[in-house]
Design a protein around this ligand. Structure first.
Ligand code: LR7
Ligand code: MN
Length: 582
């Protein structure tokens, strides 16, 4: 049975082994899935063979309600830039120079078809899904500033190629006042034959946030669908983004991102299929393991749980679809945000706190060229622009939790972020819930102050401090021992900022410390199951102890925090918190 098979089959070539995949397999081996009835209903409904046995009228009616996702046109003749001579010998030196200048291989891109076929890396179950036929049409909006023309065109042409034309209202190219000649007459010439591609030019550069804000006001489609101007959507990408919005206009959808290599332009599945977007106290968007509650919800609610949509607390920012009117109602973007950063978090907070929801869509895959650094200036010092944006967003949305944000970066308190009364008024008008509500309900992985015993620098009586040295940004990083900060050098304070939770976790700002990987403490995803991630603080002896009788010890020679036998009155084992909550 065509569909039946894909329900129980797991594509062995699909990605790395993953806990969810394994547990799902185990689950299926032991007992029949709880959704057997639903599954059968769907199979009956969509069995193509049965359609043919039915009377025409019935068949047409049923077919008219649901369609498979559109899977693009292949085998079109390749289209190239009209001014590149493909017969010239490859200029390796120029290729290298261009890579440096553009932070991507523009030379290669200029010589790669603008309508090349993209990979189809979706999980097999995605191809079995059916989407309702009545879906809203999207304005696909691409903002760009001095992007390579070939890359912008490839994004637009790939959208056209991989989408059901009825679902594309327009492709809006919004030029954020680029200076490159290529993006002037040559761009206009190349899109002239495409009635659905519309070009709007800004009079002055606004930076990406304002560019997206202003371009959204130009868009006319029912749904706004933003992409960075260096993306390639893949077969079947659009329907799964639109359907949840059609069902509930306050739902925002985010495709799963693939990596297009900036040097080789190879489409590699990078992939954000087995993760959700999380948040930390630095206002960073981060990728987090799928929480157990979502694994269970998907198993309850969807016949193909492995590719069912996932509730996500945050989005990366560049790629998402949203009802255009709803975007307006939520107050669009904050016009006061500088060139890059923070708008993704503001929108994420707003969506959840003001009554909407956000889904990551594993069946919608879009490639994005992740560049090694920014090829443009931020109209100011990069760090300052981003910091100011983050503080602005925090001041609007963090309410009672704002002081904790400032504890991590004390100097942020004094930075002027301009007038935020308009943003606060929107929050007021929409009667949005609190930040604490958002964390507790949508992303309980992040501890609030009220969940903590201690925070900040954790210093021992040997006057050394725990120091993540950035190790808690990836699994496997070590917890170091370093000199303590005493007010100065606050910029790097976040590496010294640890959290000790009431439920026994000793965390950096992202991950949990774990003693299960050898003598030194390592950072790993919090599993919330105690064991090697559970510690106890004794305020009397000041020891950070584990059940096995070992104590966190500052090893000056190794410059690490290691677990060693507890000793009475050993100053390398006696720890104090900068902020105490007991
Ligand atoms: O001044 C500018 N004006 C612009 O119009 C600077 C940039 N831009 C354009 C630019 O040409 C591009 O099309 O804005 C778009 C995004 O800029 P990128 O590609 O330099 O941003 P990014 O991919 O480094 O950054 C991510 O975070 C940003 C925070 O403000 C935005 O939300 C980006 O859209 C976002 N990109 C993604 O989400 C893609 C996946 C990245 C990940 C993880
Ligand atoms: Mn980008």
């Amino acid at each position: 049975h065509l569909l039946g098979k894909s329900v129980i089959r797991f594509d062995v070539n699909f990605g790395d082994p993953h806990p969810e995949k394994e547990s799902e397999l185990r689950h299926r081996a032991v007992d029949p899935p709880p959704h057997k009835a639903v599954e059968k209903e769907i199979l009956d409904k969509f069995d193509r063979l049965k359609f043919h046995e039915k009377e025409d009228v019935v068949r047409q009616e049923e077919e008219s309600q649901f369609v498979h996702a559109f899977t693009g046109k292949t085998n079109l003749p390749p289209v190239y830039l009209d001014y590149v001579d493909m017969n010239e010998p490859w200029d390796k030196d120029l290729e290298v120079t261009m890579k440096k200048q553009w932070k991507m291989n523009k030379y290669l891109s200029d010589r790669t078809p603008l309508n090349r076929d993209t990979a189809d890396l979706r999980h097999a179950t995605c191809r079995e899904r059916q989407y309702q036929r009545q879906l809203p049409a999207a304005s696909v909006v691409l903002v760009f500033y001095n992007e390579a023309l070939s890359v912008v065109l490839r994004t637009a042409f790939t959208v056209l190629k991989e989408s059901d034309p009825r679902l594309i209202h327009e492709i809006l190219l919004y030029d954020d006042c680029s200076t490159n000649e290529e993006l002037k007459a040559p761009l206009e010439r190349h899109i002239a034959a495409h009635p659905k591609i519309r070009l709007v030019r800004a009079k002055e550069r606004g930076g990406l946030v304002r560019a997206r804000l202003y371009s959204s006001r130009e868009a006319r489609g029912e749904v706004l669908l933003f992409l960075d101007a260096h993306c390639e959507p893949t077969p079947g990408w659009l329907e799964p983004l639109l359907e949840p919005i059609a069902k509930d206009r306050t739902t925002v959808t985010v495709p799963s991102l693939d990596d297009i290599n900036w040097e080789t332009l190879v489409y590699a599945g990078a992939e954000t299929v087995y993760v959700i977007g999380g948040v930390n106290w630095l206002m960073n968007m981060l990728w987090a393991a799928i929480p157990q509650r979502e694994i269970e919800r998907r198993q309850r609610e969807d016949p193909f749980p492995i590719t069912a949509n996932l509730k996500t607390a945050s989005m990366a920012g560049g790629l998402f679809a949203m009802d255009r009117q709803y975007f307006k109602e939520l107050g669009e973007y904050d016009e006061g945000l500088g060139v890059w950063g923070g708008e993704n978090m503001e929108l994420s907070f707003k969506i959840w706190m003001c009554g909407g929801s956000m889904l990551m869509v594993p069946c919608s895959k879009v490639g994005h060229i992740f560049r090694p650094s920014h090829p443009y200036d931020f109209m100011g010092n990069n760090g300052d622009v981003v910091a100011r944006n983050y503080i602005r967003v925090a001041r609007v949305w963090f309410d009672d939790e704002l002081d904790f944000f400032f504890k991590i970066r004390p100097h942020f308190k004094d930075i002027d972020v301009g007038d935020i009364s308009g943003r606060l008024a929107i929050r007021e008008k929409l009667k949005c819930k609190s930040y604490a509500w958002f964390i507790k309900t949508i992303y309980p992985e992040l501890p609030l102050q009220r969940d903590l015993i201690g925070a900040g620098q954790i210093r021992n009586e040997d006057n050394k401090c725990m120091d993540t040295r950035g190790g808690d940004l990836r699994g496997g990083g070590l917890l170091h021992l370093g000199v303590c900060h005493n007010g100065e050098g606050v910029n790097s304070n976040s590496n010294r900022f640890m959290m000790f939770t009431k439920d026994d976790k000793l965390m950096g700002l992202n991950f949990c410390t774990d003693s299960g990987y050898g003598e030194g403490l390592q950072f790993h995803t919090c599993h919330n199951m105690g064991g090697a991630q559970a510690f106890e603080y004794d305020p009397r002896t000041k020891q950070i102890k584990q059940k096995n009788g070992k104590c966190a010890t500052g090893d000056v020679v190794k410059q690490l925090v290691i677990m060693a036998e507890c000793r009475d009155n050993d100053k390398t084992q006696r720890w104090d918190f900068e902020y105490k909550y007991f």
